[in-house]
Design a protein around this ligand. Structure first.
Ligand code: NAP
Length: 247
């Protein structure tokens, strides 16, 4: 059996990344978590934390060499494409093992009324006229919905978004985990008749889908973007086992 990794770099920004850092730290494996720095008050994981971009694949490759990293776990959000591409190129250049930790997407259940969209632009076009929309696709990319001045949007995100935003909207700054009771109350209070979401997956934000099913509301679900071919696990345990093997 090979020695444990000297240092594992976890590319984070997700609940799973935070959990993995905690497990690695508890197992005595040196871990540094990297956050993009988008969230004003991030929930910090155990172990070392660094914040901010690396400066593309070259910057990341240099960082890996400089900090004696032998294994990288890309546990970023399923819709964070650039950092994942950067990780592939940097790990290849630096000769460092790379694992992708990605939670499974949500799957439709009996009673769900889902409509799939390939991206945010398609989701925006798919909204029928004059709807009251719960928009939960996050702070980035809201410009795709800005031209829909017929519809009203309850825009929920963690931090204040930048304009442009749709003309008729209310901003709700909040972050999960969310409960079914809370989501039902929100939907009822704002007379929501459509939900728009990315297929982020996971348990922390799925209550909106349960609420939509209970109220018979349609949901526009944005498909995950294509990803580079990388060894992938779907659980924190799987990533932990991999990290123990690589060094
Ligand atoms: P992105 O488009 O893939 O990344 C843009 C740039 O931000 C990257 O090129 C990189 O800069 C920097 N970056 C991203 N993640 C980083 C990380 N973990 N550590 C250091 N630098 C990072 O990603 P994004 O969609 O803006 O997402 C940014 C972060 O928010 C990610 O950590 C992701 O897990 C989290 N997040 C994203 C979403 C979403 O829907 N996209 C939702 C929830 C959380 P350099 O090229 O300079 O290295």
């Amino acid at each position: 059996m090979r020695a444990a990794a000297r240092t594992v770099l976890v590319l984070g920004g997700t609940a799973e990344a935070r959990e993995l850092a905690g497990e690695l730290h508890a197992a005595g494996i040196a871990v540094t978590s990297s956050l993009a720095g988008r969230v004003a008050r991030p929930r910090l994981p155990a172990g070392e934390v660094r914040i901010g971009g690396f400066g593309g694949p070259e910057g990341l490759a240099a960082w890996l060499a400089e900090h004696g990293v032998d294994a990288v776990v890309d546990a970023t959000h399923p819709f964070a494409q650039r950092i994942s591409a950067s990780a592939v190129a940097a790990c290849e250049a630096a000769g460092v093992a790379l694992l992708r930790l990605e939670r499974p997407g949500w799957t439709q259940r009996a009673g769900d009324r889902w409509l799939w969209a390939d991206d945010l632009d398609e989701a925006a076009r798919a909204i029928p006229a004059d709807r009251r929309v719960l928009l939960t696709t996050g702070r980035q990319g809201l410009a795709a919905f800005a031209h829909r001045d017929d519809a009203w949007f309850l825009v929920r995100c963690v931090d204040e978004p930048q304009p442009p935003l749709p003309a008729k909207h209310e901003l709700l700054l909040d972050r999960g985990p969310y409960t079914l009771a809370g989501e039902l109350a929100l939907v009822d209070e704002h007379r929501i008749d459509l939900v728009v979401t990315k297929n982020s997956g996971g348990i922390h934000t799925q209550a909106k889908l349960d609420a939509a099913r209970e109220r018979g509301l349609p949901v526009i679900v944005v498909r995950r973007p294509p990803r580079p071919a990388v060894e992938t696990v779907t659980t924190v345990d799987g990533a932990l086992r991999w990290a123990r093997r690589h060094g």
